[in-house]
Design a protein around this ligand. Structure first.
Ligand SMILES: CC1=C(/C=C/C(C)=C/C=C/C(C)=C/C=O)C(C)(C)CCC1
Length: 290
């Protein structure tokens, strides 16, 4: 199973190199990849949260689960509408934590665990954002003017790298070097890529696919004889609902919005489904380690 994770990461590196060598400034390459990665691993990895809570969930508990999920979504939507800037900061903070957490799925850590997650995720996200800061600023302009933060990037990148590195070495005295080598090599590569391509490769192959593997390992004994087929089948309903829901909202707003506005709106929608997902996934991963 570990080979799927390594295969995914190798595919991510290969795609990045192919892009840099042959497809620079070809938006079709980027958009097709974004679409494919989102539909095949990005959205599906968050579609089994109800089963991670309880693999044999009853219909009554499923309804309760959906109720709680929707309540978190609605509360967070209200926060976005009332105070967009704090809502964005909360989204970035919880994303950094959640992405950082998936770097330690196979190498559990104990010392300042949550801080280590946060700093590791902050490192990767800041590399991706400041690697193409013009694009980041343009998308965020619907919320605030990020351009004065251009010079702040290297402080954040180096600061988060050094502090995450100290914590990783302390946590994994014999296994720290693959983490740090990956941070340096992938950091270099992600920094070269356009914003959305860097983000989708990181999201797909460094977060969603490894998370999906852990989900599969936890659920497979409940999936009957054709485990993989049943696993994929169980991902379809909520993946389909999320994609259709988001597509419908974007489609309605499409005629009166610019590309940047639609991208921002897309990420706001992603943040709404991510908030409960991050919560449930954290609960699942923490109880797995206990
Ligand atoms: C890429 C990108 C952004 C951040 C996206 C994030 C942080 C996504 C997180 C997704 C998660 C946590 C999914 C859950 O599994 C911004 C800054 C909004 C705008 C610029 C482009």
């Amino acid at each position: 199973m570990r080979s799927i994770e390594y295969g995914g990461k190798l595919a991510g590196i290969a795609i990045a190199l192919v892009y840099l060598c042959f497809f620079q400034d070809q938006p079709v390459f980027e958009w097709v990849l974004i679409g494919v990665i989102l539909i095949t691993v990005g959205i599906p990895h968050g579609s089994l949260d109800h089963l991670l809570q309880n693999p044999k969930i009853s219909n009554k508990n499923l309804v309760k689960f959906i109720g709680k999920y929707l309540t978190i979504i609605l509360v967070y939507l209200a926060v976005w509408l009332l105070v967009p800037f704090p809502a964005l900061l909360a989204f970035l903070g919880m994303s950094a934590y959640h992405f950082g957490q998936s770097h330690f799925l196979r190498t559990p850590i104990w010392h300042l665990k949550k801080t280590t997650y946060l700093l590791t995720g902050t490192f990767y996200l800041s590399i991706i954002f400041w690697g193409d800061f013009a694009a980041t600023t343009e998308i965020l302009s619907g919320i605030f003017d990020a351009s004065p933060l251009a010079g702040f990037g290297w402080y954040l990148i180096i600061g988060s790298f050094v502090s995450a590195a100290v914590l990783i070495v302390r946590n994994l005295p014999n296994k720290w070097w693959p983490h740090l080598a990956e941070m340096i090599l992938m950091g270099y590569l992600f920094y070269q890529l356009p914003l959305l391509l860097g983000f989708i490769l990181y999201f797909g192959f460094w977060h969603a696919l490894p998370s999906m593997q852990v989900e599969y390992s936890a659920l497979k004994q409940h999936l009957g004889s054709q485990q993989l087929k049943a696993f994929v089948g169980k991902m379809i309903p909520f993946t389909g609902a999320s994609i259709l829901g988001m597509a419908a909202i974007l489609f309605v707003l499409y005629p009166r919005s610019s590309t940047e506005e639609l991208i921002l709106l897309f990420f706001v929608l992603v943040s709404l489904i991510s908030a409960p997902h991050i919560w449930y996934m954290n609960h699942f991963l923490e109880s797995r380690e206990a």
